[in-house]
Design a protein around this ligand. Sequence first.
Ligand code: SF4
Length: 367
Amino acid sequence: MIYIHIPFCKSRCLYCDFFSSTSSEMKNDFVKALLKEIEGRAEELRLARANTIYIGGGTPSQLSAEHLKSIFDALQLVAPLCDGAEVTIECNPDDITHEFVSSLKSMPVNRISMGVQTFDDGLLRLLRRRHTSVQAHRAVSMLREAGYKNISLDLMYGLPGQTMDMWKRDVEEVMSLQVPHLSAYSLQWEEGTPLYRMLERGEVAEASDEVSREMYEYIVRTAAMYSMEHYEVSNFAMPGMRARHNSGYWRDEPYVGLGPGAHSYDGANVRSSNPSDLKGYIMSAGMPEREVEILDEDCLYEEKVLKGLRTIDGLDLSTLKPRYREYAVKMAEPHVRDGRMMQCGEVLRLTEDGIFVSNDIMSDMML
Ligand code: SF4
C-alpha cells in the first residue's frame, strides 16, 4: 500500500487542520522532491507492493496532469502496479473539468474520492468550500461519462446551522447520485482553525450531541435502505465496493507514505513520518529526517482495538497476546451484555447500537 500526500490547496476551508499550503508556486519543486523520495525509497516501495495507491491531501487535483503523470511514471519504475490494484485520487469538485478527467484517463487512476461535504450552497459558502452543489453534480456526471464507476463522495454533518431537514436533503441528494461508496463524517472542531475561532467568538454554534446522533442514524438507516453496507463507522459501500486502501489501514497492513506529513508503517511495530514541513521537504530533496516511533505492546493493543472495532470485521481476539485478549474480553463484557457489542468466536465487534456510541466503547477498551 502506498500513500502520497499532496500538500496543496487552492484556498483553505474554514474547518480544516490538515497539512496543506496555498503556495502554488512551490508545486514544481515539491514534485521534484517527491520524485527524489520515490527514487530514494525504491526498495521500501518495492517491498510494500503497489496493490493500492492513494493520492490524498491537501488537494491532489490541484496538481497538473504532467505532475501527476510524472509521479505515476516514477512509481511504476520502482514498484510496478499489482494486477487489479486500486488507485485512488482525491479530487475537489471544482477541479473536475473535461480536460482534467481525460488526462486522468491516461493514468492508472481507477477510483475517485471527492469531498462534496454538503449540497447546501449556503453551508458550502460558510465553510469556504470552493465548489457549489451544481459543480458537485457536474463533476460526478463528467467522471461517469469518462467511464469512472468507482466514485466515493464525502459528506459532513453537524455543520453550524445545519438542520435535520437540510441533512435529509443532502443524504437524499447523494443517494440519488447512486455512487458505490460514501463517507459521512461529523464536523470536528479543531482548535486553531478559523471556524473554531468563530465558535469561540459566538458567531457559530456547535450541533448538539442529540442532533449529531440523529443525523448519523439517518444516514445509517438510509444507506441500509439503498443496500449499502455500513462497513466502517463512517463508511458505506455497495457490495464489493469497500475502499481497499483504507480497509488495509484498518487491518493493520504495512504501508509507505510519501510526501511531507505522510506516515509509514512496517506492519509490525515501527511507524515513521515525514515532518509536516513543505519547505524542509523540498530542501532535503524529498529525504527529510523521518520521525520514527517504536510502538510498544500496550500501544499495539490499543491500535488494534481502535482499528478493529471501527469496522464490521471487528477485532480478532486471536491476534492479541493472552493478557491483552483477557483484558479486551473483560472490558467488552458489559457492552456485550447490553447489546452494544457481540462476540462471535474469536471476533469482537460493535452492533449497530454500539456504533452510535463507539467512542465511549473504545475508550473503555483502552488500557
Ligand atoms: S480542500 Fe480539503 S485539505 Fe484543503 S483546506 Fe479544504 S478540507 Fe482541507
